[in-house]
Design a protein around this ligand. Sequence first.
Ligand SMILES: [Zn+2]
Length: 95
Amino acid sequence: MALRGPELPRCHGDARYRVDGAGTRAVVLPATCRRGLHRLAVAGYRVTEGNGVLRVRCDRCATTGDVDHSWIFRSSGPLANRAELDETAYSETRR
Ligand SMILES: [Zn+2]
């Protein structure tokens, strides 16, 4: 694919996907929020996808008004059927 993704001011890379033996497509999400303060499974999160952009918002950070409340990834392909939280999937993204 030579197509360029959308221009994103604060993009954290490409979204990752996993496909299991049954062909179910899951999008892999970071287990902790963008600021590294909350575990998303505990704090609550919202995933939105559109126009090739996948956003993972930490409910806790969004509630406190922090501007850095969301991960922003380039998404590709069909919409995933479900989401998986992964502790290490994006560990090199966080610096
Ligand atoms: Zn948070």
